[in-house]
Design a protein around this ligand. Structure first.
Ligand SMILES: C[S@@+](CC[C@H](N)C(=O)[O-])C[C@H]1O[C@@H](n2cnc3c(N)ncnc32)[C@H](O)[C@@H]1O
Length: 212
């Protein structure tokens, strides 16, 4: 599956698309039935990019079922080849989150959103993936005592995300400059984290708990 019918912003295919298209067969076609078969606990990463983090997590926590979604096709093909090489069973959807969440059942243990496209210009802010509509829908499928784990190198996105989650009643224990800064504990080792570090950007991280 290459394209979602829903409207979204940003690039869908990169330079390596033609070369990697042959790997399309390894992608999972999302459907409600398929999703039902994924056992709990389920963690969903939104915007997996090259998939470094989701692969590392899946290797480390074999009892958790990781699901990844992204709109960018090339990275998926690279990831599908890597996963086959290392025999890692991971579910990845090439679909935007706005469409994929319609397929999901309840009981997600955690959502991860790492370095979502910041759309820094005020006039483009409405394009941000992590907005109130999405948070509301994701929250309805997150289990009690489930988490949202968020990271960005954009201070304004960080604050907006915190406010959105506070409005939705998430607990924000221990969120402070010490907890949100880049350090050994917070480091995710993703491509965009590295890019941000190379540019000397300030990085922000947090996890919030839905205890209702
Ligand atoms: C800046 S990159 C970050 C990638 C990765 N998380 C990292 O830290 O390196 C943002 C990713 O989100 C994806 N993305 C953008 N809009 C999306 C949407 N609506 N649903 C799913 N993924 C999306 C992009 O294709 C891109 O791979």
């Amino acid at each position: 599956m290459f394209e979602s019918k829903n409207k979204y912003f940003g690039r869908k295919k990169g330079k390596s698309f033609a070369r990697l298209e042959q790997f399309q067969k390894y992608l999972v076609s999302p459907s409600k039935d398929f999703f039902k078969q994924i056992e709990k606990p389920r963690v969903l990463e939104i915007g997996i990019g090259d998939g470094e983090k989701i692969s590392a997590d899946a290797k480390l926590h074999s009892k958790i079922n990781y699901i990844g979604c992204d709109i960018f096709a090339d990275a998926f093909f690279v990831l599908s080849v890597t996963l086959r090489k290392i025999h890692l069973d991971l579910v990845v959807f090439h679909l935007n989150i706005q469409t994929s969440y319609l397929l999901f059942q309840l009981n997600i243990l955690m959502y991860s959103v790492f370095f979502p496209d910041p759309w820094p210009k005020t006039k483009h802010k409405r394009r941000r993936t992590f907005n109130s509509e999405l948070v509301q829908t994701l929250s309805s499928k997150l289990k009690k005592n489930g988490y949202i784990h968020f990271a960005t190198d954009h201070g304004d996105y960080f604050l907006d995300a915190l406010v959105l989650l506070q409005d939705q009643g998430y607990r924000m224990d221990n969120i402070s400059p010490n907890s949100w800064k880049y350090n050994e504990f917070n480091a995710l080792d993703t491509k965009f984290e590295k890019k941000a570090l190379d540019k000397n950007h300030k990085l922000f991280y947090f996890s919030v708990l839905k205890n209702y």
